[in-house]
Design a protein. Structure first.
Length: 230
């Protein structure tokens, strides 16, 4: 009533793709189509690898290699983010144990956590600690990356989960720093180990003086608060 609605074939295609990928994703874990790759975090001054970030990749049987931006939003909407998150934690712990068994000493590994994992799993910290114990991995070996949007959606109960994770010795990092709201409040409330400056500010840092100023300010803030900046 008193409105205009526009439809296009592209909308149909996008909707059908989301539905099809959602169905495929439910079976992907059982079929072993998912894998983790580990992106290094490098110290600028020395070139040393000081951390890793676990990133999921999906070897889709018909569409090839898919990055998280294609399937994580779908997983968050259809509930598969919960088994996917458990699989990521299990796989990371197994990988740490494997590397150590080979005589290697891997640095801290960061895992991305969705708001849905906090909201739908009240005992998230307990489940994670059980997985660590199963593989004989100390909590300090991993770090959880939460975006500012995740922190925005946390309730008081979710905040207690973060406090319990910190008490266990698990590190906390804020991802995509600078794109959310009340960033300074989160830094104070959650006593984070790292802030990761959003890629959108870093990618054009050499050409865009505004982006350079934002990055410079974020680095200064981190140094002032004793928080490492990625």
């Amino acid at each position: 009533r008193n409105q205009c609605h526009f439809h296009s074939e592209e909308l149909d295609v996008a909707t059908i793709e989301r539905v099809m990928l959602g169905g495929d994703l439910r079976r992907a874990l059982d079929r072993g189509e998912l894998q983790l790759v580990y992106q290094p975090q490098v110290e600028i001054e020395t070139g040393a690898i000081v951390g890793l970030e676990a990133l999921a990749r999906w070897h889709h049987p018909s569409q090839g290699l898919l990055c998280p931006v294609r399937f994580i939003p779908i997983a968050e909407n259809n509930g598969t983010i919960l088994p996917l998150g458990r699989w990521v934690a299990e796989t990371v712990c197994r990988q740490i144990a494997t590397w150590r068994g080979q005589g290697l000493t891997p640095p801290t590994i960061a895992l991305n956590v969705s708001a849905e994992q906090f909201k739908s799993t009240p005992e998230f910290d307990y489940e994670l600690s059980q997985t660590l114990q199963q593989w004989d991995i100390e909590p300090a070996a991993i770090e959880l990356e939460l975006t500012e949007s995740v922190l925005m959606e946390t309730t008081r109960q979710n905040s207690k989960i973060i406090d319990r994770l910190r008490a266990l010795g698990i590190g906390i990092a804020i991802d995509d720093f600078g794109t959310g709201y009340s960033s300074l409040g989160y830094l104070r409330a959650y006593h984070v180990n790292h802030i990761k400056i959003a890629q959108e500010f870093v990618k054009d840092i050499q050409e865009d003086t505004g982006d350079a100023a934002i990055v410079r300010a974020a680095i200064g803030l981190g140094r002032a608060l004793g928080i490492e900046v990625i």
